[in-house]
Design a protein around this ligand. Structure first.
Ligand code: ADP
Ligand code: ADP
Length: 229
């Protein structure tokens, strides 16, 4: 696994006829190999923009993003070894769960037999083995969220990005999914950033918590340190 380093990352949105928005204003962070960092902050502080820049879905205005010492800046999403499970990252309705999980692996050069084995393995780990032939429309939100997670890890990314992974779940589902997520991340050793606006979620899951405010890092610490403040 690899570390993830963000150095002075900036994003200014410029839309014609509207004032500029400095969404991210010099973001510095080192996520160690295998570490789960919780990125916490109020709505509009720049969390999603930061994730999208790491994933390559948004260009950086300045700064550098490197995975395992290699700069990702300028590379398209499919050339980055990054798995994303975003809150609004829709599953493809016509595809089965298995096909959704396998989606994206082809581009990375996996062969058919390899893809099938990988889908079965990931589905087993995330508790989706019984619903591989189902379509997204018939699934609960908890199941959909797990399929999105399975799709992200099926690519065997070096870095995993999770945007509000528990947000649409009820309290009971949230507890189960939180435990599964933690287990999966530890077992597979992914370098992970988990975005949330929920302090409890960040503190319960993360090795370290980064508090973001108005486009910058306001505080970084282990959950106990952040909790005491
Ligand atoms: P968060 O994920 O913390 O809610 P965002 O990264 O979505 O924050 O947004 C940070 C700021 O950038 C907000 O002021 C938001 O309105 C603005 N913003 C986000 N995306 C765009 C965009 N595509 N164009 C213009 N402004 C944007
Ligand atoms: P989040 O808080 O999860 O980032 P938002 O509802 O803020 O979600 O943003 C949803 C989408 O709208 C994103 O793709 C973002 O780029 C876009 N967006 C957010 N704020 C603005 C804005 N001020 N102008 C244009 N697009 C925006």
């Amino acid at each position: 696994m690899s570390d993830l380093v963000l150095r002075d990352v900036r994003k200014t949105y410029r839309t014609k006829g509207r004032p500029e928005v400095e969404a991210v204003r010099g973001f510095d962070l080192e996520v160690n190999s295998g570490e789960l960092v919780g990125l916490l902050g109020p709505s509009g502080c720049g969390k999603s923009t930061t994730l999208r820049m790491i994933a390559g879905l948004e260009d950086v205005t300045g700064g550098d993003i490197a995975v395992g010492g290699r700069s990702m800046v300028g590379l398209p999403p499919q050339k980055r070894s990054i798995g994303v499970a975003f809150e609004n990252y829709a599953l493809y309705p016509p595809l089965t769960v298995a096909e959704n999980i396998a989606f994206g692996m082809r581009a990375r050069g996996h062969r058919k037999a390899e893809r099938a084995a990988r889908v079965a393995d990931v589905a087993g780990r995330i508790g989706l083995s019984d619903i591989l032939d189902a379509h997204p429309a018939g699934l609960s939100s908890g199941q959909k969220q797990r399929v999105a997670l399975a799709r992200a890890v099926a690519r065997e990314p070096e870095v995993l990005l999770l945007d509000e992974p528990l947000s649409h779940l009820d309290a009971a589902q949230r507890d189960v999914t939180r435990r599964e997520l933690r287990h999966l991340q530890q077992e597979l050793g992914y370098t992970t950033i988990l975005v949330t606006h929920d302090q409890e979620e960040a503190l319960s899951l993360a090795d370290r918590v980064v508090v973001m405010n108005d486009g910058v890092v306001q505080q970084v610490g282990t959950p106990d340190v952040i909790y005491d403040d």
